[in-house]
Design a protein around this ligand. Structure first.
Ligand code: RIB
Length: 321
């Protein structure tokens, strides 16, 4: 079964600086490198799914500027259908200011987003999905576009039982009308705490967070736990899936997007949750070994080769993806 995924979400140009230390207020420091590359959680998730073999349509909005043209071309070149990417008359393409700090204690990132055209998407822009949405095997949403757009798209999807994945990033409260339309929610520890008020920082915290999200009406919950991998629950069973070391961490940007794109691709293709989680962890494990967001997302061949090197049976992935 070839999955067809719709991503409604953000498209950014990422402006990335690496440094061994970033400054505090009133300070100036020297950085090491600067680069610009396509980003945006929605676009990254769409690209990851397409590189893993899914058919993907992306709906988003960019500005009428060079950044907008450049990121749309990159998304298209990655195999995503960009027919539904709109151009704002008034707002510039969204940008993300990304600081990558590398020193003896490791590599971490800090991201500041200026939403630009991402927040210019209107209810009118998504109205055509009301019927069309039934063509899709999965819809993926995040928090980098107006919440009312997420609510409306999820409502359309729920009407036709099309599964909806919400990646609630950046962290924000999720309206109850959106929660009730979700098939999957995938917060990290911070986002989960902001939604349910419980920190998933030990086993009982994880279990209570999962229970609280189910009680709010989400069918399946994935809490991503950084180096600890993730915890998945379909309300009957909890599956713990470990992160996979694919090499040293160069840049953690888009690791979560890579995980979501891979998990949704695998599940939409009929792969069971346990194997979909292994696949998603392996995919994200490769992403963190590379610099940048969209450019760091691996292809299916790269993921399968890395899995085989680690002795993971790839037969079913090859058959279904
Ligand atoms: O998840 C990583 C992404 O978050 C970056 O590409 C940046 O654009 C922000 O949206």
């Amino acid at each position: 079964m070839k999955s067809k995924i719709l991503v409604v979400g953000s498209i950014n140009m990422d402006l990335t600086v690496t440094a061994s230390r970033f400054c505090g207020a009133g300070e100036t420091v020297f950085g090491n490198t600067f680069s610009t590359a396509q980003g945006g959680k929605g676009a990254n998730q769409a690209i990851q799914a397409a590189r893993l073999g899914a058919r993907v349509d992306m709906l988003g909005k960019v500005g009428n500027d060079d950044f907008g043209k450049s990121v749309t071309a990159t998304i298209s070149a990655s195999g995503v259908n960009t027919q539904y990417i709109l151009v704002s008359d008034t707002a510039p393409t969204g940008i993300a200011d990304i600081q990558i700090q590398k020193n003896n204690s490791g590599t971490e990132n800090r991201i500041t987003i200026v939403t630009g055209a991402n927040f210019d998407i209107t209810l009118n822009d998504v109205a055509f999905l009301e019927e069309k949405i039934r063509e899709y095997s999965m819809v993926i949403l995040q928090h980098e576009i107006p919440m009312e757009i997420n609510c409306r798209v999820a409502e359309y999807a729920a009407k036709y039982n099309v599964p909806v994945m919400l990646n609630p990033a950046p962290s924000a409260k999720v309206p109850s009308e959106l929660i009730s339309c979700l098939t999957y929610i995938s917060p990290n520890e911070h986002e989960a705490k902001d939604i349910v008020g419980i920190a998933p920082d030990d086993e009982s915290g994880i279990n209570n967070t999962i229970k609280a999200l189910h009680n709010m009406g989400v069918k399946n919950v994935i809490i991503t736990l950084g180096k600890e991998g993730c915890a998945f629950s379909d309300s009957q069973t909890i599956i713990r899936s470990k992160s996979v070391n694919m090499g040293s961490v160069v840049d953690p940007t888009a690791a979560g997007d890579s995980f979501i794109g891979a998990f949704c691709t695998a599940v939409s293709a009929g792969i069971d949750y346990k194997k979909a989680l292994i696949f998603a962890n392996c995919t994200a494990g490769i992403t963190v070994t590379r610099k940048g967001a969209g450019v760091s997302l691996p292809t299916l061949d790269e993921v399968l080769a890395a899995m085989e090197q680690r002795g993971i049976d790839t037969k079913e992935y090859k058959e279904k993806l």
